[in-house]
Ligand binder design. Structure first.
Ligand SMILES: [Zn+2]
Ligand SMILES: [Zn+2]
Length: 110
């Protein structure tokens, strides 16, 4: 089982403390902390090589603008969600954007 820090890609300098079926991981390189569910499996392929990444929570604000109101952790499968993971790692440290954004009015921004 390969674990990498979702924040900085560190895979060696990681500390974990186990609580039930959850491992709370701490990255020694960037200090990022995140939980890893040992029971988590990909719903599509059944694989357990999941990476937890932050997904942006985007909401419409004032009708025509989108604003990010927060993030929530989601598990992505390194096989089925390879594309999303690649996208996330390209745009880091920004969170992954959801596939479907709330539709906004077609008001030109310029
Ligand atoms: Zn890190
Ligand atoms: Zn999968």
């Amino acid at each position: 089982m390969k674990i990498v820090c979702p924040q900085c890609d560190e895979s060696d300098d990681l500390a974990g403390s186990r609580a039930g079926n959850i491992i709370n991981l701490t990255c020694g390189t960037c200090g990022h902390r995140w939980p890893r569910d040992l029971n988590a499996k990909c719903e599509v392929c059944g694989g357990d090589d999941l990476q937890t990444v932050p997904l942006a929570i985007v909401e419409k604000s004032r009708g025509t603008q989108l604003s990010m109101v927060g993030t929530r952790p989601i598990d992505l499968c390194s096989v089925c969600d390879a594309e999303k993971l690649a996208k996330y790692h390209r745009n880091r440290p920004n969170p992954l954007l959801p596939d479907e954004l709330p539709t906004i009015g077609k008001t030109p921004e310029t």
